[in-house]
Design a protein around this ligand. Structure first.
Ligand code: NAD
Length: 487
C-alpha cells in the first residue's frame, strides 16, 4: 500500500486555550527532507502568546486534575482510536516532514496509537500506597498528585511517538501542558493535538507552540507556573534546558542522545546479528537515539562480519518515501549530511576503510549513502567513535578480549542503548554489569515500548518515560501520616 501524500497538511499554527492561531513572530518554512523543497509553514509564537499558553495551562489545571483519572484515560483511548482512523493522513504527514520511508512512517503511527492506548488504560490505575503507621492505630499514605502545568519539548525524529509518550503520561497524571514541538516536523504534532481535542480534551489542557527554540524555552522556564519540563533531544540542548530550569527548581526529565555499541562476541551468529540490527541501524535513516552505531566484533568473526554488513548496507534502496521499493529515506537537513561526511573523512584520516557509501547522494533532498567504516583501532580518537553520528553510518572494529570490548564500548560519552550478541551466560552477566548503558538488548533489540520505564544515564539524560514510572514523573508523591482523631 502506498502513502497518499495529498492527505498530508504540512502547515502548523499555534493552539492556545482551545483556539488555533497564527504566530505573532511570523512563520518558518517546513521542508521535505526527501526533496529539499518547502512544503508548508509553521507559526512562531511571540512572547505574549507563550505567556498566554502558560496562563491557559494554569487555568485549565484545577478542572483537569480533578477529572476522574479513568475519564482522563478515556480521552487518551479515544484519541488512540482517532489516530488509528487517521493513520493514512498521519503516515503521509510524517513521511513528508521527516523524510522517512513508508514502513518507518506507518510503524511510528502504530507505536503512537499503542502509547496513547496504554497511557489511557493506566490513567485510572495510578494508586496511592498505604504503609503501616509508626504508632498504633495510625497509617501513612503516599499519594501521587499531579504537579501542575508542565512544559514538554520534543525532537523532530519521532514526532508522533515522542508527542504521545510525553502527552500521554502528562495527561494521564492530571497535568496540563505547554507543548513545544520541533519546528522541523510540526504538522504531526499539530495532528495529534487536533485528535486529542476531537477526543474531548478541554480547552487549555494542551497548548501547542513553536518558535525560536532558545527564546521559547527561556520564556517557559522563567515562569513559576511551570512545574516540570520533560525534554527529548540532543545532549547539548538538554544541558541548556536543565540550566534554564534550575533557577525556578523546575523538575526535569531529560531523554538525550545515544551512540549505541553492539558487542558481537565469538559465540554470536553473524547472520542473526545483521538481520536483527540492520533495521534499527538504517530505519529512520539511522536518526534514532537507540540506533546501533558502533560494532565491536570478536577478531575471529571480524572479516566475515565486515563483509556481510557491507553487503547488507549496500542492499538499501535510497529514495523518497513515496517511491516504490524505497528502504532508506533522507536525513533531516543538509547540516546532517555535512556532519556525516565530516565524520567519515575524519575516520579515514584515522586509518579507517569505508567499505561502502561515504558520501551524499547526487539527487534533490538530503540523502547520505548507507556507510560502513571499518578498522578503527579500539582506542582511536576518531570523532565518529565519540560523537553521536545520527545517520545511516556504522563503524566496525575488531577486539580480542571481552575486557577490551567493554572498555571500548564505554569510551563514548553516552550511556543509553547497548546490544550484546552471545550464547554465554557469563558474557551476558559481565556486560549487563559493566556496560555504561541503561537499555540493553541481549541477542535482540531494546525497543522503548509504552509499558516499561526507560531513561538515560550520564550524557544520555535522566528520569524515566514509559510505564507507570513515566506517569509518576508528572506527579508528586505526597506523604500523609495520620492518626484518627477521637471524635
Ligand atoms: P535538538 O536538541 O536539536 O532539538 C530538540 C528540541 O529542542 C526541538 O524542539 C528544538 O526546537 C529544541 N531546541 C533546539 N535548540 C534549542 C535551544 N538552544 N534551546 C532550547 N530548545 C532548543 O534535537 P533534534 O535534532 O530535534 O533530535 C535529535 C536528538 O534527539 C538526538 O541527539 C537524539 O539522540 C535525541 N533523541 C533522544 C531520544 C531519547 O529517548 N533519549 C529520542 C529521540 C531523540
Amino acid at each position: 500500500m502506498s502513502v497518499d501524500i495529498a492527505l498530508a497538511r504540512p502547515d502548523a499554527d499555534l493552539f492556545i486555550n482551545g483556539t488555533w492561531t497564527r504566530g505573532d513572530a511570523g512563520s518558518q518554512d517546513v521542508v521535505d527532507p526527501g526533496t529539499g523543497k518547502v512544503i508548508g509553514q509553521v507559526s512562531l509564537a511571540g512572547e505574549d502568546q507563550l505567556d498566554a499558553a502558560v496562563a491557559a495551562a494554569k487555568a485549565a489545571f484545577p478542572a483537569w486534575s480533578a477529572t476522574l483519572p479513568a475519564a482522563r484515560g478515556d480521552v487518551l483511548k479515544k484519541a488512540a482510536s482517532l489516530l488509528a482512523e487517521h493513520i493514512e493522513e498521519a503516515a503521509a504527514t510524517i513521511l513528508l516532514e521527516t523524510g522517512k520511508t513508508e514502513a518507518d512512517a506507518r510503524g511510528e503511527i502504530v507505536r503512537s496509537i499503542d502509547t496513547l492506548q496504554w497511557n489511557g488504560e493506566h490513567a485510572g490505575r495510578i494508586a496511592a500506597t498505604t504503609f503501616p503507621g509508626a504508632a498504633p492505630g495510625s497509617r501513612r499514605q503516599s499519594i501521587p498528585t499531579p504537579l501542575g502545568p508542565v512544559a514538554v519539548i520534543t525532537a523532530w525524529n519521532f514526532p508522533a511517538v515522542l508527542a504521545t509518550r510525553k502527552l500521554g503520561a502528562a495527561l494521564a497524571a492530571g497535568c496540563t501542558v505547554v507543548f513545544k514541538a520541533a519546528e522541523f516536523a510540526p504538522a504531526t504534532a499539530r495532528l495529534i493535538v487536533e485528535l486529542l481535542t476531537e477526543a474531548g480534551l478541554p480547552a487549555g489542557v494542551v497548548n501547542l507552540v513553536f518558535g525560536e527554540p532558545t527564546g521559547v524555552s527561556a520564556r517557559l522556564t522563567a515562569s513559576t507556573d511551570i512545574k516540570a519540563l520533560s525534554f527529548t533531544g540532543s545532549t547539548a540542548v538538554g544541558k541548556i534546558l536543565a540550566a534554564q530550569a534550575a533557577p525556578n527548581l523546575i523538575r526535569t526529565v531529560m531523554e538525550l542522545g545515544g551512540h549505541a555499541p553492539v558487542l558481537v562476541t565469538d559465540t554470536a551468529d553473524v547472520d542473526q546479528v545483521i538481520a536483527t540490527t540492520a533495521g534499527a541501524k538504517f530505519g529512520s535513516a539511522g536518526q534514532s537515539c537507540v540506533a546501533p552505531s558502533r560494532y565491536y566484533v570478536h577478531e575471529s568473526r571480524y572479516d566475515e562480519f565486515v563483509e556481510k554488513l557491507t553487503a547488507r548496507a549496500a542492499l538499501y534502496v535510497l529514495g523518497h518515501g513515496t517511491e516504490e521499493g524505497v528502504t532508506l529515506g533522507a536525513v533531516a537537513h543538509q547540516g546532517r549530511v555535512d556532519a556525516l561526511f565530516r565524520l567519515t573523512q575524519d575516520a579515514v584520516a584515522h586509518g579507517a576503510t569505508v567499505t561502502t557509501g561515504g558520501k551524499q547522494v547526487d539527487r534533490d533532498g538530503f540523502y547520505f549513502e548507507p556507510t560502513i567504516v571499518a578498522g578503527l583501532p579500539l582506542d582511536s580518537d576518531a570523532e565518529i567513535l565519540s560523537e553521536e553520528p545520527f545517520g545511516p553510518i556504522a563503524t566496525v572494529s575488531s577486539y580480542s578480549t571481552l575486557d577490551e570490548a567493554i572498555e571500548a564500548a564505554n569510551r563514548a560519552p553516552y550511556s543509553f542503548a547497548a546490544y550484546v550478541f552471545t550464547t554465554s551466560l557469563r558474557v551476558r552477566d559481565e556486560t549487563v554489569k559493566r556496560l555504561n548503558a541503561s537499555n540493553i538488548g541481549i541477542n535482540q533489540l531494546a525497543p522503548s515500548l509504552p509499558d516499561v520505564p526507560l531513561g538515560g544515564l550520564g550524557n544520555s539524560g535522566y528520569g524515566y518515560e514509559g510505564g507507570t514510572e513515566g506517569i509518576l514523573a508528572f506527579t508528586q508523591l505526597r506523604l500523609v501520616s495520620e492518626t484518627p482523631g477521637s471524635a
